[in-house]
Write a protein that binds this ligand. Structure first.
Ligand SMILES: C[S@@+](CC[C@H](N)C(=O)[O-])C[C@H]1O[C@@H](n2cnc3c(N)ncnc32)[C@H](O)[C@@H]1O
Length: 205
């Protein structure tokens, strides 16, 4: 398997220049996320890419700490932040398993299925959600998609098209959230086979 950091670093410029595939669905996910934010909220994003979502949520939170293990992604995000003069977003390079602390909202968008250890990542990011806080995730459950997608995923991983796709189903994924002590507050799938958008809440004040 190719070095995943190298893969994403190489992709960063192209990723930044590629328009969002479904702009309406993206906007709807931003809108749904904001229902759970307040201007006191401390937000963590794992796998923030080139930072568009973190910057979009900045006016709706006290602070957004946006992280990604690809320094080229973070460099582009930081340039955008500086150009926009946004003061309450911090971009930094970090692997998901290096993240710590307690947050009102943890964001993992188009993230878990891109990792080799998706379940461990769900458990770890869930552990960073404070009581009353939420994990907001957009996740493709590849095992529920077509047989060809299921078969191709490991092939893609081997040849490095996607360095690390994890194949899991919706039921399995929801089980991980449940085992991590989170309760689904809302779920939305813009269209069949698309990534699921889930807000999972840690019970508490
Ligand atoms: C598909 S992109 C999603 C980016 C952004 N969240 C979005 O929705 O556009 C996945 C991101 O996860 C990052 N990533 C992959 N593995 C990671 C890891 N182990 N730790 C931290 N970031 C990782 C990649 O660098 C990439 O920016």
């Amino acid at each position: 398997m190719r070095d995943p950091q190298k893969f994403w670093n190489k992709l960063a410029k192209r990723y930044a220049a590629t328009p969002v595939r479904d702009e309406a669905a993206y906007r709807e996910k931003l809108r749904r996320t904001r229902k759970y934010l307040t201007t006191q909220a401390r937000v963590l994003e794992a796998g923030c890419g080139t930072g568009a979502t973190a910057l979009a949520h900045a006016p709706h939170a006290a602070h957004v700490e946006a992280t990604d293990f690809a320094e080229n992604m973070i460099a582009i995000a930081e340039k955008k932040r500086a150009a926009a003069g946004i003061g309450n977003v911090t971009f930094r390079t970090a692997w998901w398993d290096e993240l710590s602390g307690g947050y009102d909202a943890v964001l993992a968008l188009n993230f878990f299925h891109q990792l080799p250890h998706a379940q461990a990542a769900v458990e770890h990011l869930a552990s960073l959600v404070k009581p009353g806080g939420v994990l907001v995730a957009s996740t493709t459950c590849i095992a529920d998609n077509s047989a060809i997608a299921r078969k191709l995923a490991p092939v893609f991983a081997t040849i490095g098209v996607f360095p690390q796709l994890s194949v899991f189903g919706r039921e399995e994924y929801l089980g991980w959230l449940d085992a991590a002590g989170l309760e689904i507050a809302e779920s939305w799938q813009p269209r069949r086979l698309a990534a699921w958008f889930d807000v999972a809440r840690r019970p508490g004040p």
